[in-house]
Write a protein that binds this ligand. Structure first.
Ligand code: NAG
Ligand code: NAG
Ligand code: NAG
Ligand code: NAG
Ligand code: NAG
Length: 507
């Protein structure tokens, strides 16, 4: 406890370090508010620096009776203890003032001595967690999804093969949905001032680990409950996927945000209580959900996942691994569609089969850009941040983690691991996040030093007369990998890439 003289002196100083979210402020100069003023301008790290988690745990233990007695549980009890306001409910019940903080000159709080700081941090954090849940509800806007994945839009744009494989495609999209909603719920909590600060990303991700994991788990659980009734939906190629996904997303988010009331009441939601969400000061200086960023990222991930399922059912693949300059004796890909990453060139391909009976070389088909790629960025897709660079980055990252075996289970555990351990903020990547796309990758760079027959045609530009020749184990110089690639790209038993080879390449 500071001597009274010191407290008085501090109280007389104008608090120039900033103020809590809802304190009275006038052009940056704050009126004196008592001892509380000295803790304004709080930062996320202060939570751990002053062991607020330990303090809150101790408060929680000491005040279980008070929480049980209060009709709104934890928030009411804490409001009573810290501010003399037992009606501080922070419920989502239509009231816009039930979570307000009127801390300036608050007699109860200002008399709490050494507990003023931690009590203030908890009050601010709970208030901002309440803001987070409100923001999440507004950020999961499904208008873009509805347009991009509408009846006659999605499948007909990105799918050409006659075989529809329809039921499996829908099931896979639904299986991925929980992970994406979890990523979105977690991403929404990263907050406005922290986005776009790339050098701070890992620190942010680390601080957000506990709360992010809780939000992620909550989102996944909410989505899985809502997916249940849709799991056996029948689906045709032209089904209204945007409608189905939109409905599940909206219902999932309603269910997730109702968690607010349970958490502020002191109950658990998805095995976590409010302390998990507040840990490491995740909400201590939270400035609100960046709704556009969350909406864009979520929409791109959901549309990307849906397109990926269609691509995985067609002859769509990625070749590359050579120098960005090409000219290494293995042919050159389509230069204007080249994605250069870490000094290596990668190309997204589709092997188009001939659609008319032909005895010319066109009977072997040709390579072009996959169906729908030219539509990205246009019309219904104009507001969706998703391009070839995202498709390649996401697929390469997935390939580097699990080869051709990157499943929805892999996606779920990788996203959870990234958020929980704080090595990435998946939502910040949008459609470029690992595993949103899992287009099969073949690294052809080993062919540069090989003696494969016709190796100068391994890579080809796009075009009606472009037919690559793969007369050896083109993927990493490894026959098993090449076979796995051929199968993953739906080219098992497809003779076109090897019809000019003098000897069977073995795949
Ligand atoms: C909880 O009670 C213990 C024992 O009385 C006390 O030392 C501690 O400061 C209390 N914690 C809080 C946060 O009030
Ligand atoms: C809880 O309520 C009961 C009955 O009104 C009262 O006797 C008790 O003192 C209260 N306990 C606390 C911690 O407020
Ligand atoms: C793809 O979009 C990202 C941002 O979403 C942008 O940084 C990148 O330049 C785009 N790449 C291409 C090839 O258009
Ligand atoms: C793809 O990865 C490269 C290299 O890591 C990066 O420069 C580029 O911005 C990424 N593109 C997207 C769309 O994320
Ligand atoms: C993928 O699965 C196949 C068998 O299905 C296995 O041979 C291969 O090693 C796996 N690859 C990776 C990278 O896990």
């Amino acid at each position: 406890m500071l001597p009274t003289v010191a407290l008085t002196a501090l109280a007389l100083l104008p608090a120039v370090h900033g103020a809590p979210s809802s304190s009275a402020s006038l052009h940056g100069v704050y009126k004196r508010c008592g001892a509380i003023s000295q803790y304004y301008g709080q930062h996320q790290a202060d939570w751990d620096t002053y062991d607020t988690q330990g303090w809150l745990d101790s408060w929680w233990t000491n005040n279980t009776a008070l929480m049980h007695n209060n009709s709104v549980g934890f928030a009411g009890a804490f409001g009573q203890w810290a501010m003399g306001n037992p009606d501080w409910s922070c419920q989502d019940d239509g009231s816009s003032t039930d979570c307000d903080l009127n801390l300036c000159d608050n007699r109860v709080l200002n008399s709490r001595g050494k507990d003023i700081r931690p009590a203030y941090y908890v009050l601010e954090s709970v208030n901002r967690l309440h803001t987070y849940f409100g923001g999440v509800r507004e950020a999961f806007d499904t208008a873009g999804l509805g347009a991009a994945l509408s009846k006659d839009q999605w499948a007909t744009t990105f799918y050409e093969a006659p075989d529809q494989r329809s039921v499996n495609i829908l099931k896979e999209v639904l299986a991925a949905l929980g992970t994406i909603i979890g990523i979105g719920a977690s991403f929404a909590g990263v907050g406005l001032p922290l986005l776009g600060v790339s050098e701070a990303t890992s620190a942010v991700a680390g601080a957000w680990a506990g709360a992010g994991a809780a939000a992620y788990g909550g989102g996944v659980t909410a989505a899985n409950i809502m997916i249940g009734p849709h799991a056996d939906d029948t689906f045709q190629k032209s089904a209204d996927l945007g409608g189905i996904l939109g409905e599940i997303v909206v219902d999932s988010i309603k269910s997730f945000t109702s968690a607010n009331n349970q958490l502020v009441g002191g109950q658990e939601y998805n095995n976590e209580d409010i302390r998990s969400y507040l840990s490491h000061g995740a909400f201590l200086e939270f400035q609100g959900v960046d709704k556009n960023a969350v909406t864009d990222s979520m929409t791109a991930m959901l549309v990307g996942t849906s397109i990926n399922q269609l691509y995985r059912a067609q002859k769509v693949f990625i070749l590359g691994g050579g120098s960005c300059d090409d000219n290494e004796g293995i042919g050159s890909g389509p230069q204007d569609a080249k994605i250069c990453r870490d000094g290596k060139a990668w190309y997204l391909y589709y092997w188009q089969e001939d659609d008319v009976l032909s005895i010319t070389s066109h009977q072997w088909g040709w390579v072009i850009s996959p169906p729908g790629v030219s539509q990205l960025g246009q019309n219904e897709f104009s507001d969706i941040p998703l391009n070839v660079s995202d498709i390649i980055n996401s697929s390469l990252d997935a390939f580097n983690v699990a080869g051709y075996n990157y499943t929805t289970a892999t996606a779920q555990s990788r996203a959870e691991d990234a958020i929980t351990k704080g090595w990435a903020i998946p939502g910040a990547y949008g459609a470029a996040w690992e595993g949103i796309f899992t287009v099969p990758v073949c690294d052809v760079s080993a062919a540069i030093s090989s003696s494969f027959e016709l190796k100068q045609f391994i890579l080809q530009p796009y075009g009606h007369d472009s037919r690559p020749c793969w007369c050896g184990p083109i993927c990493s110089g490894d026959l098993q990998k090449t076979k796995a690639f051929i199968d993953a790209a739906n080219m098992g038993g497809f003779d076109s890439p090897k019809h000019l080879c003098n000897s069977d390449p073995g795949y």
